[in-house]
Design a protein around this ligand. Sequence first.
Ligand SMILES: [Zn+2]
Length: 286
Amino acid sequence: MLYEFSVGQLACVVVSDGQPAPPFEPPLEQFFTPDSGVPADALRAAAVREDRSTLTCGYNCLFVSTPDGMAVVDTGLGASFLGYGEYIEPLVGQLEHGMDDVGLSRATLAAVVFTHLHQDHSRGAIWSGEVRFPAATAYAHASEVAFWKGPVELPSAQPHLAAARETIRLFGERMRPFEHDTELLPGIRAVAAPGHTPGHSAILLESGGERLLCVGDTFYDPLQLTNPTWSTPWDLDRPVSVATRRAMLERAADEQLMIHAYHLPFPGLGHVQRTSTGTFSWHPLR
Ligand SMILES: [Zn+2]
């Protein structure tokens, strides 16, 4: 699945790494649990209101053509992926097929920008045991790199540890840890969005008076716009993730930013509006 658009002079294309379809969509209660701040009765009521019991978890990788070469924001799960169970494998790891379809070369990709180093964002860059984009420089926040290099004990971080460490190791000197509010590439800037992981970052594209904010894993489902306090088991610091989510949603609504949400249904593009009850609503581009 491919979706081409532009942000000012930056030509962009969302290439899907995959999107599990029914009956393989994950159940809501796998993402929203009492431990992640979602009371079971509140989730049941939401499921009745929305007439659904699952969520559509896509993997929307965003390619941006910059004056310094082609960049991708996050790289999907990679081929031969088994970490979420065997059923998902044929449905993901499609990034490189999509690149072929749109004429994007692995060999000449200039940059890989990671919102964070969870396996569903990093493994597409390293799944074969070597960097899939041999000419690319990688960018991840300095505290993200430091976190995964250190002693990681949180149980919910364990499934991501191998891919995060392998990404750091394989890129080696070509992994450039960044600080926030610095321009990584022309028109591409990183914005602090911690909580999901210590160095989780939003990526702001800006060109010709147009802007797009990639929010990474700030939310997985529109239910987190109507309920910004809802976190998931993968938000490593829940209170910080809630504060970040609220701040991002306020900014998105008040500045009328186009949003790219990695896990929302393909292509994950849309706008956020404030509601009369002090929460937010999602308005997909299509
Ligand atoms: Zn993710």
